[in-house]
Write a protein that binds this ligand. Structure first.
Ligand code: EPU
Length: 433
């Protein structure tokens, strides 16, 4: 079992480059199999969830060629089945985008129902409703979602609540429908826009992505393309909060500052200095930060994926803070681990954390409960007195590329080791004192 060992108390300083957005990459890679021509995708984050999706499409006949650390060429001209029924596919949420992509291209798909992080019940009813509105028959049987249509037809689809996943999935299928499809109350998140831009670069006709109404004129065929994925706003936000938490001074490059506005606003509110450049952002913090009230919302509100990192930062801020989770019902599991490190956090009605800032956290052995909760525990370890061991790092590796290496380059005393590698652990402790 791999774990991170962190010696807290080091100020993060220097420059860190953000990778491509995992959640956009999942949609874009799925979309890339909708043409028989070659697609080149740059800025692909080399993280577990992406590698699982790539393996899944290879297993149905797609050829993937890595032509650089973060660049792939996709050749989907030899797909030999629309059944994506591999056990490992259940481990990632983003595999459901293969339903929309295969349904668009072949008018049928059978895909193992998604798993993903354990942060709530995560139903897919809005995806199903969208596929049905396009004229397909949808059945859920033996752990698979089975979708089939004679033809995909146009029409209006109204999502009664916003869903990033359903918007992207239905958009994928709809771009090869007959006629016009209008998605109303669509999700506006940056990755919805990125997937739409990518599909348009392949010849799709999608207008309005980034607003609540997306209009899609179906096309018969999509063609090859070259595309670079947008930077990961969650990775960027995580480094912003890690810099603030360690009273550091960090320049975060390869970002779109507009996508970070909700985090910037909160960091300014609690006393951090934030300097924006065209494609970079610098975070400087000094002294004890203040408290804040935060509620997670759909974009451009405060992103649910940054809620654990925010709560962690507030756990050592002066005064009482309240953090309310309104997107997923089970996203405070990491709070128990923070309490083990000395934080004073009470979670009420499972969606609200009342945080009374303490002076210091103390190192402990903690377990990452999910991807973002795990990243938050790393931030806690960077701030804490003494050593922190974060177990279950495979959760964190689902979405952060070279996480410990990027942290080390900023000066963090942090390594990834096998829990039984006593020699490496001794060496690390000797080195950092
Ligand atoms: N929901 C339904 N029915 C549906 C779809 C969603 O009830 O058919 C509910 C969900 O249970 C949730 C809410 O609607 O309560 C929002 O879900 P949404 O569909 O917007 O989220 P998602 O597509 O499942 C993506 C990201 C998440 C991120 C959310 C919110 C991917 C693969 N996942 O999830 O990312 O938290 O949007 O922005 O893109 C992560 O990266 O750690 C992660 C969990």
């Amino acid at each position: 079992m791999q774990q991170y060992i962190i010696k807290g108390g080091k100020r993060l300083e220097g420059e860190v480059k953000i990778s491509g957005y995992k959640n956009a990459a999942l949609g874009i890679i799925a979309a890339s199999i909708m043409t028989d021509e070659i697609v080149k995708i740059e800025n692909v984050p080399n993280v577990r969830d992406i590698n699982v999706l790539l393996k899944a499409i290879e297993d149905i006949g797609v050829e993937i060629d890595w032509v650089g650390k973060n660049t792939i060429k996709v050749n989907a001209s030899k797909i030999n089945t629309v059944d994506v029924d591999f056990d490992y596919v259940r481990k990632i949420r983003g595999s459901y985008y293969l339903v929309g992509a295969l349904l668009g291209k072949y008018k049928k798909a059978k895909v193992a129902l998604p798993g993903g992080c354990n942060i709530g019940s995560r139903p897919i009813d809005r995806h199903v409703k969208g596929f049905e509105a396009l004229g397909s028959k949808v059945k859920i049987e033996r752990g698979l979602i089975c979708v089939e249509a004679d033809k995909l037809s146009g029409g209006n689809i109204y999502f009664d609540e916003s869903s990033v996943g359903a918007t992207i999935n239905v958009m994928l299928a709809a771009c090869m429908a007959e006629g016009q499809v209008v998605l109303e109350n669509a999700a506006k998140e940056p990755h919805v826009v990125d997937v739409a831009n990518f599909l348009n670069s392949m010849g799709a006709n999608i207008k309005g992505a980034g607003t609540e109404v997306i209009r899609i004129e179906g096309v018969k065929k999509l063609h090859g393309s070259e595309y670079s994925i947008i930077p990961d706003q969650i990775e960027a936000g995580t480094f912003m909060f890690a810099a603030a938490a360690t009273k550091g001074d960090v320049l975060i490059t390869n970002v779109i500052p507009k996508h970070l506005e909700a985090f910037t606003a909160k960091l300014l509110e609690i006393g951090t200095e934030v300097i924006e450049y065209d494609d970079a952002i610098r975070i400087k913090a000094n002294g004890r930060l203040g408290s804040a009230h935060v509620k997670t919302l759909v974009y451009p509100g405060f992103l649910t994926d940054m809620q654990p990192q925010m709560t962690t930062l507030l756990s050592v801020s002066e005064g009482t803070s309240i953090v309310t989770e309104s997107i997923f019902e089970n996203r405070f599991k990491y709070a128990d681990e923070l309490v083990r490190m000395g934080a004073d956090i009470k979670v009420v009605e499972s969606n609200t954390a009342i945080i009374t800032g303490v002076e210091k956290l103390t190192g402990a052995t903690v377990s990452a409960p999910d991807l973002r909760g795990g990243a938050a525990l790393v931030i806690a370890g960077l701030m804490a007195d003494g050593y922190t061991i974060v177990e279950n790092v495979e959760y964190i590796e689902r979405g952060y590329e070279d996480f410990e290496i990027k942290m080390q380059e900023l000066g963090a005393a942090m390594i990834k080791v096998n829990s039984d590698d006593e020699k490496a652990i001794r060496k690390f402790k000797f080195k950092v004192g």
